[in-house]
Design a protein. Structure first.
Length: 301
């Protein structure tokens, strides 16, 4: 008779019934049963019409003197000013080419085609620049008017000059070299949210624009007075004066576009996505923080 072998038993522990809460049927993931089916059309939801701009919906008329209106008009004025600057550079290069041809004519006759092409470039650039100056001036003046009104509504105080006085200062000779810069300095002061009793301090960009603006007026006056001289050398020097005047006009157009963009940006609200988060890495020459002389009993370390 063989002895009995020990039986191998594996013990498995199971929790008693009710130890853990059973998941309810509501917590279980339901399968998709298709779109909802209503016995009648629901009375909630969006209106049955195509998307339209807010100005097209009755009762939601957008005012012209708004931040969005200033932004759109400012973008149009900037495009016109950039185009004017490019045309002014083209006109200056055309005048330089004419001066080179005048210098070469001392040593022999020039080709009729080359002279005709030079004259055509000068005349075309001059006509386009005159039209561009008028268009840019009108757009910039409209932008200044709307920007002044919007800035006055935001900061709570208006400019020192009315629209009529500012326009008169732009037309009257002599005053048109000073008043436009003062108007833009007040506008920049307002959009920067500075107090009304503080004296406006124009920025570096605005001072550059003011210098180009005054220089363009002086160059125009000098060019007109120089045109009354009839000598051959005076005519040749007048070509260089025209080229220099065109370059100064290009500087006026470029700086004006930059000023319009800067003031328009200051009027717009700050975009949170464009703000760069800063992190303190090191603090130098800071006083030592006050330390506790004793620790109360029971306070956490």
């Amino acid at each position: 008779m063989q002895p009995l072998q020990p039986m191998r038993v594996d013990w498995v522990a199971t929790p008693p019934p009710g130890a853990y809460p059973q998941p309810s049927r509501r917590a279980q993931r339901l399968s998709y049963g298709g779109p909802p089916n209503y016995p009648v059309p629901p009375r909630w939801g969006f209106p049955l019409l195509a998307w339209r701009w807010p100005t097209a919906v009755p009762g939601t008329v957008e005012h012209a003197d708004s931040v969005d209106g200033v932004r759109r008009l400012g973008r149009t004025a900037q495009n016109s000013l950039w185009l004017l600057g490019a045309v002014a550079v083209w006109a200056a290069l055309s005048e330089v080419w004419r001066y080179v041809l005048v210098a070469l004519s001392r040593y022999g006759a020039l080709s009729a085609g080359v002279v005709s092409a030079s004259d055509a470039m000068v005349v075309t650039a001059s006509v386009i620049m005159i039209v561009g100056c008028l268009l840019s001036l009108v757009l910039t003046l409209l932008w200044v008017r709307r920007a002044r009104n919007v800035a006055a509504s935001l900061v709570g105080y208006g400019p020192s000059r009315s629209d009529e006085q500012a326009l008169l200062g732009l037309i009257v000779p002599g005053m048109n070299l000073v008043v436009p810069g003062s108007v833009l300095a007040e506008l920049e002061h307002a959009v920067a949210r500075r107090p009304a009793d503080e004296r406006p301090q124009p920025s570096k960009l605005l001072r550059w624009w003011w210098g180009f603006w005054a220089g363009s007026g002086l160059m125009f006056l000098i060019t007109v007075l120089w045109s009354f001289r009839e000598s051959t050398q005076a005519l040749a020097d007048g070509v260089l004066l025209h080229a220099l005047s065109d370059l100064v006009m290009a500087g006026v157009a470029v700086t004006t576009a930059l000023v319009v963009r800067r003031i328009t940006t200051l009027l717009l609200p700050v975009d949170a996505a464009s703000v760069r988060l800063m992190r303190v890495l090191e603090v130098k020459d800071a006083p030592e923080p006050p330390l506790r002389s004793f620790r109360a009993s029971g306070s956490p370390r």
